[in-house]
Structure formats: C-alpha cells, structure tokens
Design a protein around this ligand. Structure first.
Ligand code: NAD
Ligand code: DAU
Length: 376
C-alpha cells in the first residue's frame, strides 16, 4: 500500500509514522505536513532515512498539491491527523482552526474522492481514516467528585487510581455537543468525512480518542509543559480549581489502535479509543511532580509549592471519559501500559531529551526549517 499520513511531524502523527514505517517495510509511507509550530522533523530522526519513508512539506488546504501528490504516489490509504490541536490557541484564534481543521479536511476528502473515483477499481481497497477527538461529544457531568468504581476495567487502568467521576461515558452514538472553537472545528470535519461516505460512498473510518500523553508532545499541553516547568522550578498554572477530569492514554497505544483500525476496522464505522483512565488534573499534576522530583534526585513532593491556581480556561469542559468497549469487543484492542508505568516512561523521556525540549521551547527548530526551505 501507498499511504499518506497527514500531520506526521506532530505528536501523535510521528508515533503513527514510526510504527507504520518500521512494521510495514513493504508499504510506502508519505508524511504530508505543513510544519506549523507543532510540526518537528526531529520527532522522526530515527526513521528519516528508511527507504519506505518520504516527507512532503505541504498544506492540506492546498487542494491542487494534495490531488497531484495522490496521483503521483498512487495513494491507496490516507490516515488524516493534521490539525490545529490546542484548545487555548483556538480560543485566541478560531479562524486558523476552521481553515485547517474544516477546509483542510475537505480538501483531503475531495482530492481522495476525485483521484479514486477515476481509477478502474474506484474505491475498492481504498481507505480514508480520519483521526478525531472525544471533545466533539462535549463535557460529561461530574456526578461523583469523590470517585466511584467504574463499570469497566482494562489492562492500562486496573491500578488503584482507576476511578470514574460520573456514571456516564462518551459512547459512539452520542450527539455531538462541542464547546471550544477547536472541538467545533473537529466536529465539523467529522461531519464532512461522514457526508463524503453517505453522499459519494467514500470508504471512510472515524475514531475519537481521549487525551494522549507520551514523548514528543509539544510543551503547550499540560503534561510536557508541567514536566519542563518543574525541572526549571517555574510556576505550574493550574486552571480553575484543578478539578477537571481527563481520560489519559499513552500515545503508542493510540498508534497501535490506529494500525489495527486502519487494517481491520469496518468502513463507515466510528470507534472510540481510550483506556478507562480518568484523572482530576490536580491529582495527575501531583503524580507528575513526585515523579520528576524522584527522577531528578530531589526530595519527593518538594516542588508542590510550584502549583499556582490561575483563571480558568473559558468554556472549560468539566469531564471527559471514553467508553472504548466497542473497540475492545469488536477488534480486541487493549491499552498495553499501566498508567503509573506510562507516566514514569514519559517523565524519564522528557528529562533524558532536554535538548529536544530546549530546541522546541527556544523556537530554534523553526529557524532550521526556514533555512531548509528558503527559496522554495
Ligand atoms: P499536533 O499539534 O502535535 O500536530 C499537528 C501536526 O499537524 C503538526 O505536525 C502540524 O505541522 C501539522 N499541521 C497543522 N496544520 C497543517 C496543515 N494545514 N497542513 C498540513 N499539516 C498541518 O497534534 P496532535 O496532538 O498530534 O494531534 C493529532 C491529531 O489527533 C489531531 O487531529 C487531533 O485533533 C487528534 N487528537 C489529538 C489528541 C491529543 O491528546 N493530542 C487526542 C485525540 C485526538
Ligand atoms: O481529549 C482529547 C484532546 O486532549 C485533544 O483533542 C486535544 O488536541 C488535546 O490538546 C487535549 O485537549 P485538552 O484541552 O484536554 O488538553 P490540555 O493538555 O490543553 O489540558 C489538559 C487539562 O489541563 C485541561 O483540563 C486544561 C488543564 N490545563 C492545561 C494547561 C495547558 C491546566 O490546568 N493548565 C495548563 O497550563
């Protein structure tokens, strides 16, 4: 197969590209990425010279470019991750989110449709897999702030911290109720993807995943931002009371789910992906502080004084919790890591890769691209 992975230089995309390039030497993997502030080719240093890998710097909104690339590369599959992904940025600049997440997705859909429908085999053996988020479902109520025993268990979440903070979970049949400009734009793109199936028969799959954590995440997101701030003893800005709940999944487990669903998922289906692993922000922050302190040889908990409560995020969703039992039941997927193990691995990676972090926080990686692509 020849597969375009969009957004492959970003956080989740780089793990998906790495997995596919290493696992399927017989495939050609084309990483299509605009290299916005969130795209970083240093995330893929270990595979950039592999013969089955190719990087193309391109904007998904460039319809002509995308259409030509699909023809030139005889593309059979698309795994679409490219997006503006940070909620706080979407609150400040909603236009960019609508442009990339909605118009960019539409450009990818239309190019795939036009290219594939003119082939002799048409849509046979083709796949357009759209990666979406649990935020499209809106926010769940926190009916049990003290935590209750959840009805589900998985390998990753069976530890002692595994509590649910309400009886309800996001299931695939829930109505979309996005609140932030980011999730509204993702919801809109999901609707376009399904419309292309219902109208033209495009072979699509959509998945909605919970919060990912792990190596190579841009340090504007909670976990890498806080790890870096703790290391440098800078304040940790906790929004509101720190009581909001997120459901965390190790990024490599998301990449494994994407691999499984791309190959075995049913066309036109939606699958929710998550590890039944709910945490209040403040609890996860305490785990991160203790882990960083321990790994740096500081007295555990010393850096709790960095916690600084700040003004809440506008429209801050209270609770996300994914019910991924359909994926577990139908395709046999399970997360591989206990959360404590995943967090330890993640903190260790950021502390061991300070050069990567410094490069990103100083903005040096962007200057490198400006030079690399100067005059093009
Ligand atoms: P990210 O911000 O780390 O990476 C996004 C990538 O897309 C970057 O490499 C960027 O350069 C590229 N990109 C942005 N605009 C582009 C454009 N116009 N053309 C081409 N490339 C462009 O994002 P992420 O956290 O890795 O998320 C990837 C996808 O997964 C997104 O669609 C996001 O909505 C979804 N998702 C993320 C999470 C999470 O927790 N991070 C959870 C569920 C779903
Ligand atoms: O649920 C999936 C989504 O998870 C993805 O679709 C998004 O792309 C991804 O960014 C993530 O969204 P969140 O808004 O949940 O992630 P973030 O890391 O920005 O914030 C996690 C929680 O921590 C959230 O409740 C806000 C809070 N927070 C975040 C930051 C950056 C803070 O309290 N302080 C902070 O400085």
């Amino acid at each position: 197969m020849n597969i375009i992975i969009t957004g492959g230089a970003g956080f989740i995309g780089s793990h998906v590209v790495r997995l596919f390039v290493n696992k399927y030497p017989e495939y050609k993997i084309i990483n299509l990425d605009k290299l916005t502030y969130a795209g970083n080719l240093a995330n893929l240093k270990d595979i950039e010279d592999k013969p089955n890998y190719k990087f193309v710097k391109m904007d998904i909104c460039d319809f002509d470019g995308v259409y030509k690339l699909m023809q030139d590369e005889k593309v059979d599959g698309i795994i679409h991750l490219a997006a503006e992904s940070h909620v706080d940025r979407s609150i400040k600049d909603p236009f960019t989110f609508a442009q990339t997440n909605v118009m960019g997705t539409l450009s990818m859909l239309q190019a795939a449709k036009l290219y594939w429908e003119n082939l002799p085999e048409k849509f046979e053996g083709k796949r357009f897999y759209h990666i979406s988020t649990d935020e499209v479902y809106g926010a769940l109520e926190m009916t049990h702030p003290e935590g209750i025993k959840p009805p589900f268990t998985t390998k990753a979440s069976s530890g002692e911290h595994h509590l649910a903070y309400g009886e309800k979970f996001f299931t695939e049949d829930l109505k979309y109720q996005p609140h932030s400009p980011y999730s509204a734009a993702k919801a809109s793109s999901d609707h376009f993807v399904r419309a292309f199936h219902d109208t033209y028969g495009l072979p699509i799959i959509v998945t909605n995943c919970s919060n990912n954590y792990g190596p190579y995440q841009f340090p504007e997101k909670l976990i890498p931002l806080f790890i870096n701030n703790i290391r440098h003893r800078k304040p940790l800005p906790v929004y509101g009371k720190g009581e909001n709940v997120r459901d965390w999944l190790y990024v490599e487990d998301h990449a494994r789910a994407i691999d499984l669903i791309f190959h075995k998922g049913k066309i036109a289906e939606t699958y929710n992906i998550g590890g039944f692993n709910e945490w209040k922000n403040i609890d996860i922050i305490k785990v991160v502080i203790n882990t960083v302190d321990r790994l740096l040889g500081r007295p555990e908990g010393q850096d709790m004084d960095l916690i600084t409560y700040v003004t809440d995020r506008a429209g801050h969703d209270m609770r996300y919790a994914i019910d991924s039992s359909k994926l577990q039941r139908e395709l046999g997927w399970e997360p591989s890591l206990q959360f404590e193990e995943g967090i330890e691995k993640t903190v260790r990676w950021y502390l061991d890769n300070q050069e990567w972090m410094d490069n990103v926080t100083s903005g040096d990686y962007l200057k490198y691209y400006e030079d690399m692509y100067a005059g093009r």
